[in-house]
Unconditional design. Structure first.
Ligand SMILES: *Cc1c(COP(=O)(O)O)cnc(C)c1O
Length: 367
């Protein structure tokens, strides 16, 4: 079914394993795999076992459901839940041996009470805020929690924090968060510590501590990528089958809103996937000059006309011979057109484009 699929996300598991090895080689710390949002859209079902086979034995899922899936796919692994909600998740976390990254002191107490009632010791990660101000306990909240009667029973598997600006090596907040984390860590001798995401790994060993938590770099995007040498290998390629190829005349327009009028005879290829499949509608914005490009019949071709829910139109006039409907495919991103290129044009990040690839898109895996 995947070969015949109109839209296909091809995921190279060998490149994924290679990226895991590259990150392992860049640090003396343990390397976890962050697999939230279905492994950044690439499909946890194949990606988790591939990472486990590459030596990864610690995973971070976003929410309970993703963590349960990881538990089934990698039964021996340590599985953390980044954004748990203890009031609804506590029993399931315990039953599946999942470790919540607790960011709220009241939730930490609630989890300890559930564990106490179940006759278990609460195994937890503590997420502390060192300056991102998105998620995590403040130093004051942490100090108060340490006074709680249940505190001595906590089995702290990890002390963690998250960097706000790890993708900007020169940003002063990195150093400030590092110092704050080092200071908080002094109260937790012997507890494993973790600060770095992908960007943090490439900030250098001072940021690594005991465990690093890369996500996007595993999937092939280096957050410090500047168009130069690649430290990681792209993993995902989105290709779409062409449904129609047609010549239109000078003065004709393409697509909804007739936003594009062609000045000469033009060959239009229509791809059988659209914004419902995760091809950003913004790629067809007529105000983008020059228009964003896809790869078709061995060359770059511009997106022309608005992207619709199921369909995308390309100007393939330059393709000689023109692509063949049904048998030819166009690459939206992948080896020829990098995810980073679209992200830059659309003022977003590769993370968003990758995780938005829709669930109609078949995932196919290269071993
Ligand atoms: C998403 C996330 C990561 C991974 O970030 P990347 O930039 O994809 O490497 C690590 N830690 C936390 C807390 C996260 O939310």
């Amino acid at each position: 079914m995947s070969e015949a699929a109109n839209a296909r996300l091809q995921v190279d598991l060998q490149a994924l394993a290679g990226n895991y090895a590259t990150l392992s080689g860049a640090t003396g710390a343990s390397v976890a795999g962050v697999v939230k949002a279905d492994a950044y859209g690439t499909g946890a079902e194949a990606v988790v076992p591939a990472l486990a086979a590459a030596g990864c034995d610690v995973f971070f899922a976003g929410f309970l459901n993703g963590a349960r899936q990881v538990r089934l796919l990698a039964p021996a692994a340590t599985v953390f839940v980044l954004n748990p909600v203890i009031r609804t998740d506590a029993t399931e976390l315990l039953a599946n041996g999942l470790i919540p990254c607790l960011y709220d002191p009241a939730e930490a107490v609630a989890f300890a009470e559930t564990c106490e009632a179940a006759g278990q010791r609460p195994r937890i990660a503590l997420h502390v805020d060192t300056g991102m101000h998105r998620l995590g306990m403040s130093a004051t909240e942490l100090a108060a929690l340490r006074q709680h009667r249940l505190w001595p029973g906590f089995d702290i598997a990890l002390l963690m924090s998250h960097l706000a600006c790890a993708d900007e090596p020169g940003h002063p907040l990195n150093e400030r968060q590092l110092r704050e984390f080092e200071s908080l860590r002094r109260d937790f001798p012997g507890v494993p510590a973790s600060l770095a995401n992908s960007g943090g790994v490439f900030l250098g060993s001072r940021y690594h501590f005991d465990l690093v938590r890369p996500g996007i770099a595993l999937y092939g995007h280096d957050p410090h990528y500047d168009g130069g040498r690649d430290r990681v290998t792209p993993v995902a390629e989105l290709t779409v089958r062409i449904g129609q190829v047609a010549w239109i005349s000078a003065g004709d327009s393409i697509g909804y809103g007739a936003t594009v009028t062609v000045e000469r005879e033009t060959c239009v290829a229509t791809l059988l996937a659209g914004y419902a499949d995760g091809i950003p509608r913004a790629l067809g914005d007529a105000a983008l000059e020059p228009p964003p490009e896809c790869w078709c019949a061995g060359r770059r071709v511009p997106v022309r006309g608005r992207i619709s829910m199921d369909l995308t139109t390309l100007d393939v006039t330059a393709c000689v011979p023109p692509p063949a409907p049904f048998s030819d495919r166009a690459e939206v991103f992948g080896r020829h057109i990098r995810l980073e290129e679209h992200a830059r044009r659309l003022n977003t990040i590769p993370y968003e484009l990758l995780t938005q690839v829709g669930n109609r898109v078949a995932r196919a895996y290269r071993q």
